[in-house]
Design a protein around this ligand. Structure first.
Ligand code: G3I
Length: 321
């Protein structure tokens, strides 16, 4: 059972106590992303900075928690030196190939033996199953533009070199049910499996709302998880939250039921090893800030770290009640 966490909040007693006592895993919500760990160009004497991520890892170790790493190859939260250098034409594909290889291997070596699994690649597909145009794929890319998932394969191979003992994941949103995006990811996973490309698992983000609590949706979700699991892939639910448009008891009860049903899909699937939420307290969630405060209340603890029905929904699924 995991939660995304932020190191600057550990000084708040309620935050640290709840995280450290209720969860067995944490994942940095932001501070292992490119702009945080790789703030300066490779020509700088000190291109990397692990200060904030190290704080979270130390907290996890002090509290006997495992750490899941997020994320090495993503087109968001990149450093200004990188995006402006690409825009200016300073960095071409051969440079990006070197930069990404160095990034993956340096970050993974720094955390070898301390981060047991990595979202090596995050959000590479569009909703229609095509590959997204990103700096790593084709804009300008690392030299494998137009060759489909070859750049993802390259990143996974570099990750293997960075820490051969860490599990390598592909992580995405909107691929929870049977749809064009999950079909494309499934084809990739099956191809990688057949050819021995080092992909160990799939992360399903699961940023949902109460509309997910629908028999057809939940059935499609369970079938989709099963097909990946049948490939021999490890499944992690990586970023679950269920956004509400109000914080009243009725909505909290409905949310608790959805938490129970989603947790149950993991519990009932032997290859589903991790159930993680994107944060844990409604006090600190990405949803209000990204919806102009129209939505929120998405997590298992309220603003004062009291357990909500969502917490007991997870607990009921885990204990079979
Ligand atoms: O770092 C700056 C800081 O210097 C500045 O003072 C502050 C002012 O607003 O902004 C800070 O940047 C924020 C950053 O988080 C770090 O806190 C950005 O504004 C904010 O947009 C950014 O949001 C993060 C978002 O990823 C970026 O796309 C969220 O916290 C984080 O929860 C969210 O996480 C993603 C996963 O990585 C991938 N899946 C989807 C998920 C939700 O969007």
């Amino acid at each position: 059972m995991g939660a995304a966490a932020q190191p600057q909040l550990l000084s708040e007693a309620g935050y640290a106590t709840t995280l450290g006592s209720e969860y067995s895993q944490l994942e940095p919500e932001n501070v292992m992303k490119f702009s945080f760990v790789h703030p300066r160009p490779n020509t700088d004497p000190a291109p990397y900075d692990f200060t904030q991520a190290d704080q979270l890892v130390a907290f996890a170790e002090q509290n006997s928690m495992r750490v899941r790493g997020h994320t090495l190859v993503w087109h968001k939260q990149l450093s200004g030196w990188l995006t402006s250098g690409i825009a200016a034409g300073t960095y071409r594909s051969s440079d990006l190939n070197f930069i990404l290889q160095d990034h993956i291997t340096t970050v993974m070596r720094h955390y070898a033996g301390r981060v047991y699994a990595w979202d090596v690649v995050n959000e590479a597909f569009n909703g229609d199953g095509t590959l997204a145009h990103t700096v790593w794929y084709d804009s300008p890319g690392i030299g494998l533009a137009g060759r489909g998932t070859a750049y993802i394969e390259q990143a996974l191979s570099w990750a293997h070199a960075g820490d051969p003992n860490a599990k390598r994941f592909y992580n995405d949103f909107g691929a929870e049910t049977l749809n064009a995006k999950s079909d494309a990811i499934y084809q990739m996973a099956r191809d990688f499996k057949q050819r021995g490309v080092p992909l160990d698992g799939l992360g399903f983000q699961l940023h949902v709302n109460l509309s997910f609590d629908n028999p057809n949706t939940l059935d499609s979700f369970a079938q989709n998880v099963k097909r990946f699991s049948d490939l021999g892939m490890e499944i992690h639910f990586t970023e679950f939250d269920a956004a509400l448009d109000g914080g009243d008891p009725q909505r909290f009860a409905s949310q608790g039921d959805l938490y129970r049903k989603v947790t149950l899909v993991c519990v009932q699937n032997p290859n589903c090893k991790v159930f993680q939420t994107w944060g844990f307290t409604d006090k600190y969630s990405w949803i209000p800030q990204s919806t102009n405060n129209q939505q929120g209340w998405a997590l298992p603890f309220d603003l004062n770290y009291n357990k909500k029905p969502a917490y007991f929904g997870m607990l009921n699924a885990l204990t079979g009640q």
